[in-house]
Design a protein around this ligand. Structure first.
Ligand SMILES: *Cc1c(COP(=O)(O)O)cnc(C)c1O
Length: 359
């Protein structure tokens, strides 16, 4: 067996831990650990997926033309410059496979999303971490870490698990400050929660070194369907399509995502509910003495006095069936990330937290 060894980097990968979904001894729980849409998917998406079930003997489209066309139409983007993947995770993986390998560096920030590191290691590249400034991505701190080996720079705007975001002027300054051999990937998983924000699409249009990723897992409420997409200039899309499996998205995934993106009324409603309930959740907890930064997403990162208090608050919430996300692994042992729920969900969280007594 000792002769059989995986490629360099692979044994350094720590398995990704999703948000918990169960509490021992509790039949019903309120899962606020994975930034899922508490409303669920659009009824139109559910209908489209159900209708597709009878066609499962057919292989799916290999070029995703209908889904790309719909995304292009809704977002005002050229469908030829869109690629669809099994979640945006798969787009992140394609980017690492295509543009990084042993000896190359993949850069992301201190509190960045866990998949950047996993994908970098999976191709044998070296992960490099730039610091953030007070839980906010900082362009200068990123640029300080760029070397002639840097191939990819990843960050989410707005970011997870901080919920913070930076101005597009700053993002443009980062894109312009990178060496020509380096791609900037703007992870727009939460872009739809920001009213009027294009996620960085306009930056992609004017630069060859910028890629935007998006997902159906968050505002669209389709995390279980696994659909995401990337937007970049043609040469990059051409490269990524060479390593994309021809049947990476199922008939069900294509039908559900196409119906979902066409139902922007639903998205609008979810954005509004989220904004209202996020303000109530953050405001209520702040009044109790648990602050959070202004969030531009569907979750808040609530800070406590210390790690013991954060763990006690986690246990207190779980005792009432509420599951927040522990984020020590993202550099926040003193905090909990709580997804914004529906109005009754938020009311429950505030009620339960009002009975929390920090030791
Ligand atoms: C949730 C999330 C994603 C989405 O991943 P999918 O594979 O599309 O489900 C991507 N990036 C960040 C930062 C996220 O929080």
């Amino acid at each position: 067996m000792t002769q059989i060894q995986p490629q360099p980097g692979i044994l350094d990968i720590a398995l990704y831990k999703g948000g918990a979904s169960k509490i021992d001894g509790q039949d019903t729980v309120l899962k606020l650990s994975s930034n899922e849409n508490p409303v669920g998917p659009s009824p139109k998406a559910i209908e489209a997926m159900a209708a597709e079930a009878a066609a499962m003997h057919r292989y799916p489209s290999t070029d995703h033309a209908e889904l790309r066309g719909s995304i292009g139409e809704i977002h005002g983007l050229n469908p030829d410059r869109i690629i669809c993947g099994v979640g945006s995770d798969e787009i992140i993986t394609f980017l690492c496979q295509a543009y990084a390998g042993p000896g190359d560096e993949v850069l992301y920030t201190e509190h960045g999303f866990g998949m950047y590191k996993i994908s970098a290691l999976s191709v044998g590249a070296t992960p490099v971490v730039a610091a953030e400034r007070n839980r906010v991505v900082d362009v200068d701190l990123i640029l300080e870490k760029v070397t002639d080996k840097t191939r990819l720079v990843f960050f989410a705007n707005p970011a997870n698990p901080t919920g913070t975001m930076i101005d597009m002027d700053e993002v443009a300054r980062l894109a312009d400050g990178l060496p020509e051999s380096c791609l900037l990937i703007l992870d727009g998983a939460y872009a739809e929660f920001v009213d009027g924000f294009d996620g960085g699409a306009s930056l992609v249009d004017t630069r060859e070194n910028v890629v935007m990723t998006r997902t159906f897992s968050k505002i669209y409420g389709l995390g279980g369907l696994r659909v995401g997409w990337g937007y970049a200039q043609r040469p990059i899309i051409d490269v990524l399509n060479r390593i994309r499996g021809p049947f990476n998205l199922s008939n069900m995934a294509l039908a559900g995502a196409t119906a979902a993106v066409r139902d922007q009324e639903f998205v609008e409603e979810c954005r509004r509910i989220n904004a209202d309930e996020r303000a109530r959740l953050a405001g209520g907890l702040a009044q109790m003495g648990y602050p959070s930064d202004e969030s531009h997403t569907n979750f808040i990162l609530v800070r406590f006095a210390d790690e013991a208090t954060a763990l006690a608050a986690d246990a207190h919430l779980k005792a009432s069936g509420i599951i927040p996300r522990l984020v020590a692994g993202y550099g926040f042992p003193n905090a909990l990330r709580i997804t914004v729920g529906t109005k009754p969900d938020v009311t429950l969280v505030l009620d339960v937290m009002s009975r929390f007594e920090a030791k």
